[in-house]
Design a protein around this ligand. Structure first.
Ligand code: GLC
Ligand code: GLC
Length: 827
């Protein structure tokens, strides 16, 4: 069952009912100011940091889930309703929410009045803009009032939700009943009188009939928003908040002839003033509104808002032009050309901070998460990827370990979490390698970067990568595999923790010391990214470094196939006592997905690339991939491990705290499915790879939206596994490494077009389902038009011609910027 449909030419998903199984959201903003927006107008806005600069309030765990947003109440002759359906929930004659790239349009119609609102964060602005169009669809004149509504957050979202003894006394606003641009504005200025240099402005471009800034007055004591008092009364109370709960609401009165429309523009902006420009009148503590006025002036007409939407569309057309496919499979095309790349931008911006499952208060930017997010983002805006790499590397410690997270506003490492996640160091190597392959910017390796943000400690970025490699090599366990520390990629495999205290953090509790717990995942990761390090070192002429690292990679590869191998697949780890995890000898947790995907992706155990051959079946890679499909495969994707743990395993940490089939305990953790998909292409099994891709990719799951439940245009972190009560149900959509990794899997391995250091590799592997396709790729300024004729025969590899000339191998040398190269691939 579906709740809407894709509109590919508009690059929108069209939700046709408010009654989706869960709020389906969109992200507005791509640089400084961000909003989360559900199809029912729920969500919130913040400037740069979802915890420290929250503009509007949102209550997680609310009843119903999604109350709190930017609402517009209509009072049409006593009939009170909201075009976004929530919060009033009056039946609508028509409802439609279109989520586009960086904007959404929500339309509701009732009683002959249609209200269409387009909401966006315009490029270059620190504001959310709403263009509201009222249309009288009846055949009689209409006079009605509309009441806009937002609830302000007192800036620090965490403090706002906890420190009521203070916060209920500090709320302050200023009201400006008429602005220079002919409308009205409300200023939320809590704490501006003391240490803050910023406020929020909530303005409208037309004269108003009243305002409210005090929530209890607007809503009425003991009411819910559905029963809000002012809209019901049809008359604003002109309340001025002092303490309690500051809000912003404007009353807009409208009269429309039959068929007539009227536009109104509403702006929620963030304004910062330098210290010496804080006040218009310091003696009377009147805030300086110049910047706010300029903002309101820029959005004082509907035409200006339309132009901002157009600019956003052009911006996205340009961003998306560097990779696109025409394949004849519309689901594949819409994921590759639109939605997967869009989600990569969102994960790059948000890391794991703010979604409908992440409160924006808990997690900042992750060292490992952001390094992986780069992989799917670097082709979109390479300069921002470069800046991010420097930020991440600046939180590394001199010994190569790293802060696990940092706060986006301050860019400083987060002390609560600290370090000790032993996979972190090598992700940096992966991120930098991807950046250089995309851009050819070798100069980044010479960029001076400090340790732990300490001025004076700067060394070339390359030295940071060397420390990453050294960290792994100086932290090996008895089998020669890397020590796991607090956890590797799997945050919940905490082998040095042994927690028996409720509420204790599994990730930061390390009460077992002197342990020898080892990770095959980090072993595989070291092989994959160690090879990249060798390539970087060679290019710099650091021959000794390169040789030393190459030998270490070689040794790790051998260890993975001896001590790291269980017979039918790769082991997952050795625990605190040195016993194996992920072995056929156990009843539960026999096989884990992570090392299978990552090791084969790194080429370990790949002895044949013809899946129909006996050599393939007998090779370690062939055996492991067969076991993965047999034991981990389901119609909804591959589960993380099997069988899931049914009881608490104190020596393994958080993983077994989850009921079987959820999250890391046998859930379909979508992030690591693409590792297997890539591994399958590396081992020549494109048909299985494409099949596995389709099982988790949201557009292919649209028809079962009632089972999947979350957005059919964004990947979710997890889909409940085969042992779960609700197998197939997704959770934690949007902020997941799944976005970047699936884009890598589909664009670089299935469709097979990937940048390497010295050319663009064209090596598609996706089985027989797509007999012919073209990819358009812009790399380093040149355009590659790649046409593929694909027999899908197992084991076949592409033969290339470039501008009509046969090419040896599958690496098309980079062409000069501005040129177009035609590539034909036949397999
Ligand atoms: C979450 C974390 C990520 C981790 C994964 C597996 O997605 O953000 O860092 O690797 O879970 O535990
Ligand atoms: C929990 C989650 C895991 C996440 C981690 C972040 O362990 O299960 O997915 O990565 O928290 O700290």
């Amino acid at each position: 069952m579906r709740y809407g449909h894709f509109d590919d030419s508009a690059r929108e998903y069209v939700i046709t009912t408010p009654h989706t199984p869960y709020p389906w959201i969109n992200y507005l903003g791509s640089e400084q100011f961000f909003s989360l927006l559900s199809h029912q107008a729920g969500g919130y806005s913040f400037y740069r940091d979802a915890k420290l600069r929250r503009l509007t309030r949102y209550r997680y765990n609310n009843i119903p889930t999604d109350i709190g947003g930017r609402y517009l109440f209509v009072n049409d002759g006593g009939d009170v309703w909201t075009p976004s359906w929530l919060p009033v929930k009056a039946d609508l004659d028509h409802f439609e929410a279109r989520h586009g790239l960086g904007y959404s349009t929500i339309t509701g119609e009732r009683g002959g009045l249609r209200v269409q609102t387009t909401i966006l964060v315009p490029l270059g602005e620190t504001a959310e803009v709403q263009k509201v169009t009222f249309t009288n669809t009846s055949d009689a004149a209409k006079t009605f009032s509309a009441f806009s509504y937002v609830e302000f957050c007192l800036w620090n979202a965490e403090d706002d939700q906890t420190n009521y003894q203070r916060n209920l006394s500090i709320g302050e606003v200023e009201v400006e009943e008429s602005t220079p641009s002919g409308g009205a504005a409300i200023y939320h200025r809590t704490e501006y009188r003391e240490r803050r240099d910023h406020y929020a402005v909530y303005g409208v471009n037309v004269p108003t009939a009243g305002f409210d800034t005090d929530r209890d007055t607007f809503v009425g004591a003991y009411n819910t928003l559905a029963e809000a008092a002012v809209p019901r009364a049809g008359k604003a109370a002109n309340s001025v908040a002092s303490g309690w709960y500051p809000i912003g609401s404007h009353q807009i009165d409208v009269t429309l002839a039959p068929g007539e429309s009227r536009d109104v523009v509403i702006v929620l902006g963030y304004v910062e003033n330098p210290d010496d420009e804080k006040w218009a009148d310091e003696a009377h503590q009147i805030i300086n509104k110049e910047r706010a006025h300029a903002l309101l002036e820029r959005f004082s007409t509907g035409g200006q808002a339309d132009a901002a939407v157009e600019a956003l569309q052009t911006y996205w057309t340009e961003l998306l032009s560097s990779y696109s496919v025409t394949s004849g499979d519309e689901k594949l095309d819409r994921m590759v050309n639109i939605w997967n790349q869009y989600q990569c931008m969102v994960t790059f911006n948000m890391s794991r901070s703010a979604s409908y499952f992440e409160t924006g208060m808990g997690r900042g930017m992750g060292f490992r998460d952001s390094s992986q997010d780069l992989l799917g983002f670097v082709h979109l805006v390479p300069e921002r990827a470069r800046e991010r790499i420097i930020d991440i590397a600046s939180t590394q410690f001199p010994d190569g370990s790293a802060y696990h997270q940092y706060q986006p506003l301050t860019k400083r490492g987060n002390h609560n979490l600290g370090s000790g996640f032993n996979d972190d160091p090598m992700w940096l190597v992966g991120g930098v390698a991807a950046y250089i392959k995309e851009t050819g910017d070798w100069g980044i390796l010479d960029e001076p970067v400090p340790f732990d943000n300490e001025p004076g400690t700067e060394v070339p970025l390359f030295e940071h990568l060397s420390r990453s490699v050294d960290f792994v090599l100086t932290h090996l366990g008895p089998h020669g595999l890397p020590l796991i520390g607090r956890a590797d990629w799997n945050d919940c495999l905490n082998l040095n923790c042994f927690s028996t205290t409720p509420g204790e953090s599994f990730q930061t509790t390390g009460n077992k010391t002197g342990g020898v717990a080892e990770s095959t995942f980090i072993g595989a990761q070291f092989v994959l990214y160690g090879k990249e390090y060798v390539a970087l070192a060679e290019q710099r002429g650091a021959t000794k470094e390169a040789e030393k690292a190459a030998a270490a990679v070689e040794a790790m590869q051998t260890t993975m196939l001896t001590d790291g191998w269980d017979g039918g697949w790769f082991l997952r780890a050795f625990d605190y006592y040195g016993n194996p995890i992920g072995t056929d000898a156990h009843d539960e947790g026999k096989i884990w997905i992570e090392p299978q995907g990552f090791a084969i992706m790194a080429g370990i155990g790949v002895e044949s690339t013809d899946p129909s051959s006996p050599e393939w079946a007998a090779s370690p890679a062939g055996k492991a991939l067969t076991a993965v499909e047999d034991m981990l495969g389901t119609d909804h994707g591959m589960v993380l491990q099997y069988p899931a743990y049914t009881t608490y395993q104190v020596h393994m940490g958080e993983v077994s705290t989850y009921p079987p089939g959820y999250k890391e305990n046998g859930g379909i953790f979508c992030h690591n499915n693409p590792w297997v998909i890539i591994a399958e292409t590396v081992a020549g099994d494109g048909a299985s790879a494409f099949d596995h891709y389709k099982r988790i990719t949201p557009a292919y799951r649209e028809e079962i939206s009632d089972v999947h439940q979350l957005e059919p245009y964004a990947y979710a972190q997890m889909i409940a596994g085969k042992e779960a009560v609700r197998h197939g149900q997704a959770k934690n959509s949007w902020l997941t490494g799944t976005a970047a990794w699936n884009f890598v899997a589909v664009s670089q391995y299935l469709l097979g077009v990937r940048p390497d250091y010295d050319g663009l590799v064209v090596d598609p592997q996706l089985g027989p389902d797509v007999p012919e396709f073209t990819v358009r790729r812009v790399a380093r300024g040149a355009t590659y038009e790649i046409t593929v004729r694909n027999s899908g025969t197992p084991g076949s590899r592409a033969t290339l011609t470039v501008d009509g000339e046969p090419l040896e191998g599958r690496t098309v040398p980079y062409a000069p910027a501005g040129t177009t190269v035609r590539v034909e691939a036949i397999l």
